[in-house]
Design a protein around this ligand. Structure first.
Ligand code: 4AD
Ligand code: MG
Length: 487
């Protein structure tokens, strides 16, 4: 018989029925003949309390066995218990289980167990990422993450979007930022050896690449892990109308920040026949849907984050779920930043000017100080955005949009795509990209081209936002970042 999950037990009617519970001991208290064991199985935040009254054990209790097991129980030990589910006579929990029998499945030495009772730092828990899911904080983070993944599918499925998988290995750099992890079966040692044989001393550095023969590599050309599934999503959207990807993406940017990961999950919807305004509308709906989902389905976990991680979290999520997102052009946003900096209202490390990339400090100033809520900045200078974005009539800006939220900065990046073959080709050439690398992408504009739009939402940024966790490395089970690939 499989055990009942603790979340289901806690919402069952306590009628003295026999139940089987399995999980990990959080604490054992033994006082005046009364024993209380708190057990958690990760199905919800709360523990179930198992009780054993030495002076008045239940008729069915296997007293000897229970006493033997109790000697072995410490925090972290795994147990299987049988007992009666009753209404709890004490405050603190609605129901509890009167023990009839309990087995210790695995002991846990208190001297050696890395999870101690005293408060552990996030850094320490990161080093123990294989065990941190057993803490209150990380159990809650991972449950919220699970709910948010479900919400993503639910949102798009309700709206006729079809889920697709983009390849993880690719030969195109979607964002053109050169931040890709190379995928190769060529041996670096072998190449170095060839270099030595070729006489590195006499060789020019710029000729070094000639030693590498990609035709001998696994894919016959230089391949990498994808930074985005967008280009492939566009091929699908121009056939299936509305699609979305939800998968891992990789960026070899050397950013040691609380908002960047080398491996992160991204949700990338792509919609045929949507313009920039339609794109902004659905982005706003999407973010609100996700927040409402968390507020209704993750109440117990959010209450914990609100109390222990970020006071005021629930109120601020509710406010955003009901707010109208501010929409402002890049040009107007820069004007505000320049004016406020000039008037001494704010000091920036990087001086804002028309044409600059909006830095995190600018993003956060806009969303936290100027508008005090989510902001959508659109129509960026073409020079600072990727090649695929639709050129505006001014010839200077592109139909890009970023969604900025308080505490996080950029949550979403998206755009209307350039659907005109000539204009796109010109953009590819002017950025120094090789048109033949994009011939399949250009084909979409040659054969039945349509206006279309899409965006990418960073899943871990969303989880950070919803939980109030400070560091993005603490919202994914096993974070990958510069010099960090443990487990
Ligand atoms: O703005 P980005 O680079 O846009 C794209 O990749 C487009 N191809 C998306 C599209 O239009 N289909 O990335 C999108 C989002 C960012 O807004 C951010 O939330 C997240 O991905 N992101 C990261 N999250 C964690 N770590 C990183 N290193 C991230 N880089 C981007
Ligand atoms: Mg971006």
């Amino acid at each position: 018989m499989v055990p009942v999950l603790i979340k289901d037990l806690l919402s069952s009617k306590p009628e003295g029925q026999q139940v089987k519970v399995c999980g990990w001991v959080r604490s054992v208290r033994d006082s005046k003949g009364l024993v209380f064991i708190q057990v958690n199985d990760g199905s919800c935040f709360s523990n179930i309390q198992l009780t054993f009254d030495r002076n008045n054990p239940s008729n069915n209790a296997n007293v000897n066995n229970i006493e033997e097991t109790l000697k072995k129980l410490n925090t972290g030990a795994s147990v299987r218990a049988i007992g009666a589910l009753i209404e709890s006579p004490a405050s603190g929990q609605a129901v509890e289980v009167t023990l009839e029998n309990i087995e210790c499945l695995g002991t846990c030495s208190p001297e050696e167990y890395p999870l101690q009772k005293n408060k552990m730092s996030m850094e320490y828990l990161r080093e123990n990422a294989h065990l941190r899911a057993r803490t209150n904080t990380f159990g809650a983070v991972y449950r919220v993450r699970n709910q948010m993944a479900f919400a993503v599918h639910s949102f798009f499925q309700e709206r006729g979007f079809q889920y697709m998988n983009a390849p993880e290995i690719t030969c195109s750099d979607c964002e053109g930022a050169g931040e890709m992890f190379q995928v190769t079966t060529l041996s670096l040692e072998k190449i170095a050896e060839m270099g030595v044989k070729a006489g590195i001393g006499g060789m020019k550095v710029e000729d070094a690449h000639k030693i590498v023969d990609y035709s001998k590599d696994f894919f016959g050309k230089k391949a990498s892990l994808t930074v985005s599934g967008q280009l492939e999503a566009e091929t699908m959207a121009t056939a299936l109308s509305r699609v979305y990807t939800f998968g891992p993406t990789f960026r070899a940017e050397n950013s040691n920040t609380p908002r960047h990961l080398a491996e992160f999950w991204m949700i990338e919807p792509e919609m045929a026949f949507y313009d920039l305004d339609d794109n902004m509308d659905i982005q706003e709906d999407f973010v609100k849907y996700l927040l409402n989902w968390a507020l209704t389905k993750c109440q117990e976990d959010l209450a914990f984050f609100d109390k222990r991680i970020q006071p005021g979290l629930i109120e601020s999520l509710k406010a955003v779920a009901n707010a109208k997102f501010t929409r402002i052009s890049y040009t107007d946003a820069i004007a505000i930043l320049e004016k406020d900096a000039a008037e001494g209202k704010v000091k920036f490390e990087y001086k804002p000017f028309w044409g600059c990339d909006i830095a995190t400090e600018h993003e956060r100033y806009l969303t936290e100080k100027v508008f005090n809520g989510p902001v959508m900045v659109y129509n960026y200078p073409k020079e600072i955005k990727a090649f695929y974005m639709k050129l505006n009539e001014d010839g200077k800006t592109v139909k890009a949009v970023d969604v900025l939220v308080p505490g996080i900065g950029e949550l979403i990046g998206g755009s209307e795509r350039e659907e005109n073959y000539e204009v796109l080709l010109e953009r590819i050439k002017s950025l120094g990209l090789e048109p033949k690398d994009y011939d399949w992408y250009l084909d979409l504009r040659r054969f039945g081209t349509v206006p279309h739009s899409g965006f990418g939402l960073g899943f871990e940024r969303l989880i950070r936002y919803v939980t109030g966790m400070e560091n993005i490395r603490d919202v994914i089970p096993f974070p990958r970042a510069p010099k960090l690939a443990d487990f």
